[in-house]
Design a protein around this ligand. Structure first.
Ligand code: ADE
Length: 418
């Protein structure tokens, strides 16, 4: 078996952590048990480019239980959990190409190793696998039934490919499922981003001013959790609608340059480039902490920060202190990469349970139906989305009411008024 990981000796620790996460992934477990019996993915070659975490390990086990011949590479150079990679290889015999801290060249070598597997289904988190295939290995596209995409950033890239008519096979946008973005993006990013910042810095949130850039589902989650810990939260938005919503949710909303002068901790979750740049660094307070939780490391303009600095040093794991010409210090977390996956463990298993249930069921759906699809970005079928919500509720022991016949009739009629 071909693979590239840091240290096989870490497998025992990884296996226990995978088991711990599995205990909090009942929906995925239910799917895995069915997959074991039915083998809906028998012999299907899958190449997955995902964050190599305990939760992803349980997804890979599920695909394998369904009969898939699956391999995994990292979707970010800094998010790999090396013990998990080791256990996947040693205990579950699933090839992994991922090492935490790998440089860009190795990162793309690993993506190419996953593509060497000659997949018929691709699975992405950020669209780097698909994008590499479309730019360097186009000839492989004809054997691919379709792909899945986990995150907002990836879906944006894929929609742009669809619009430009360069997308070579259909892709299911897992991120668009309600059981994905309403939970993973909001509660997952909300909790894990704060977790990453706290593990890296051990700062007190209460009484601090936290500036959250972007009020999408991720930004909302981060803002809620920061406020819950006693921080004064400022929201930055470019959409008038979202900005208004943030105002009515009780946050202060202002421009980035105004916020730059008063914030203690900045968190970018916009998906766009250079959200924090020279003009902001020039007015930030001494000791300011800056972190990113968006998919790519582009939201903070690090070259700008480097140019303004006379010295830099690693002051704690995942904290780099930049000393500016005038003596002010700005602390950059996790090299501007996803702070939640770099200095913490990513979203908790209980929320990834739903995201990865969507991945597993979308792969099954693609294998069954994908041959009839066009070269477009598709949403997860409503039946899959609702089934996952039902299974999750049931695993939590929560029962809900059904409409009575009278209520159902009322909703489908127009005659009855006051
Ligand atoms: N994305 C965010 N959190 C994650 C996790 N725990 N595992 C895989 N992908 C993630």
């Amino acid at each position: 078996m071909d693979y590239d990981i840091k240290d096989e000796g870490l497998a025992a620790k990884g296996k226990l952590r995978i088991e711990w996460a599995d205990n909090q992934m009942p929906v995925l477990k239910t799917i895995r048990e069915r997959f074991e019996k039915e083998k809906p993915l028998k012999g299907v070659k899958i190449s997955a480019c995902l964050h190599v975490t305990t939760e992803t390990a349980n997804l890979m086990r599920t695909l394998k239980a369904g009969g898939a011949d699956a391999v995994l590479c990292a979707s970010n150079p800094l998010s790999t959990q090396d013990d998990v990679a080791a256990s996947l290889v040693k205990d579950f015999e699933i090839p992994v190409f991922a090492i935490k801290g790998e440089d860009n060249k190795t990162y793309y070598q690993h993506i190419n190793s996953a593509l060497d597997h000659k997949p018929v289904i691709t699975m992405d988190d950020g669209a780097d696998l698909i994008s590499t295939l479309h730019s360097e290995r186009k000839d492989q596209a004809q054997m691919i039934i379709g792909g899945t995409e986990e995150t907002t950033t990836g879906v944006i890239r894929l929609k742009s490919m669809e619009e430009k008519k360069v997308l070579l096979f259909p892709v299911i946008a897992v991120n668009e499922a309600n059981t994905k973005h309403l939970f993973d993006n909001r509660y997952g990013t909300g909790q894990s981003t704060i977790d990453g910042i706290l593990r890296a810095t051990n700062i007190l949130m209460a009484g601090s001013t936290v500036v959250v850039s972007g009020y999408g589902w991720c930004g909302r989650g981060v803002a809620t959790r920061a406020r819950g810990m006693g921080a004064n939260v400022i929201i930055l938005e470019i959409s008038p609608l979202r900005a208004l919503e943030a105002v009515m949710d009780g946050y202060r909303v202002m421009t980035s340059i105004e916020a730059a002068k008063v914030g203690d901790i900045f968190i970018t979750v916009t998906g766009d480039i250079h959200v924090l740049r020279k003009e902001h660094f020039e007015v930030m307070k001494d000791g300011t902490i800056i972190a990113n939780s968006g998919h790519f490391n582009v939201e903070i303009d690090i070259p700008d920060l480097e140019k303004l600095s006379k010295e830099r040093r690693t002051i704690r794991d995942f904290v780099e202190e930049f000393k500016l010409e005038d003596g002010r210090r700005i602390n950059l977390l996790a090299e501007g990469r996803l702070v939640n996956l770099s200095s913490a463990e990513g979203h908790p298993a209980s929320v990834m349970d739903m995201s990865f249930a969507n991945q597993a069921l979308s792969a099954e759906f693609l294998f069954k139906e994908g041959k009839n699809f066009e070269k477009k970005v598709y949403v997860v079928p409503k039946e899959i989305d609702e089934e996952i919500a039902r299974l999750k509720l049931s695993s939590m022991g929560v029962n809900i009411d059904r409409l009575t016949d009278e209520q159902e009739k009322y909703l489908s009629s127009w005659e009855m008024g006051t």
